[in-house]
Design a protein around this ligand. Structure first.
Ligand code: NAP
Length: 246
């Protein structure tokens, strides 16, 4: 097992990529804190982990709420004595063309995707510094690398995460903490469920591997970056997109 006893907090673990990651990490021996704003889906992820014989618990968390995050980190340390891995996977979209985008849409997407990640990192870093080790993985996107019409808020957040990842890789490396990002391509999850068939087909055509991504494609990238096999990987942005962004 690649993650034996590694205590891992996964935000947005109730659905899509986060859920697949929680299941994979539990299978690989991690103790998984299933952190999600959605109690129902988070509870379902946890139930599946338990059914498969894995270890973990559900923590209700809105990543834009700094008090809730502090509590989640405190509880995890109280329960398991350490935090080895934080995966900042929670994310949302609220799309609109620039002239139509409301301030609320801008603020919410920045608050969850960008500031939410900062909030979680700031809360966990003290624990990891005291341990002398830790792994932080942020979730960017091809949209953060290339931009996308109708997603100025999301693109800004996901591009911002790349700057945050590189800065913290420099700041925290000497403390034994690795900080990396994954930039998923187009992945079939509830987040992308409303995309019209025509757009999906066009996306496939543009992708050198001629398929869309699955949640497990990203879960395996998170697994690699979290594992000791990646212990010299720091400040990287790993594209997992079938070659869409080359
Ligand atoms: P998803 O299926 O919508 O799952 C996201 C999960 O995060 C949901 O359980 C959601 O709860 C939860 N969540 C939303 N707001 C939250 C908050 N404030 N605090 C904590 N949890 C919150 O999305 P996904 O496709 O798996 O995406 C996972 C990550 O990958 C996101 O960061 C996304 O931006 C990124 N990504 C996805 C794709 C893609 O093509 N799918 C591509 C590039 C990057 P609710 O269900 O209640 O909203």
């Amino acid at each position: 097992m690649k993650l034996e006893n590694k205590v891992t907090i996964i935000t947005g673990a109730g659905s899509g990529i986060g859920k697949e990651t929680a299941l994979l990490f539990a299978k690989e021996g991690a103790k998984v804190v299933v952190a999600d704003i959605n109690e129902k889906s988070g509870g379902e992820t946890l139930a599946e982990i338990k059914k498969n014989g894995g270890e973990g618990y559900f923590a209700k968390l809105d990543v834009s709420n700094r008090e809730e995050i502090k509590q989640v980190i405190k509880d995890a340390v109280e329960k398991y004595g350490k935090i080895d891995v934080l995966i900042n996977n929670a994310g949302i979209i609220q799309d609109a063309l620039v002239l139509k985008m409301t301030e609320e849409q801008w603020d919410r997407v920045i608050n969850v995707n960008l500031k939410g990640t900062f909030n979680c990192i700031q809360a966990v870093v003290e624990v990891m510094i005291n341990q002398g080790n830790g792994v932080i993985i942020n979730t960017s996107s091809i949209v953060g690398l290339n931009g996308n019409v109708g997603q100025v808020n999301y693109a800004a957040a996901k591009a911002g995460l790349i700057g945050m990842t590189k800065t913290l890789a420099k700041e925290l490396g000497k403390k034994g903490i690795r900080v990396n990002a994954v930039a998923p391509g187009f992945i079939i999850t509830p987040m992308t469920s409303n995309v019209p068939e025509k757009v999906l087909e066009a996306m496939k055509e543009k992708t050198p591997l001629r398929r869309l991504g699955k949640a497990e494609d990203i879960a395996y990238a998170y697994l690699y970056l979290a594992s000791d096999e990646a212990n010299f990987v720091n400040g990287a942005v790993l594209s997992v997109d079938g070659g869409l962004v080359i």
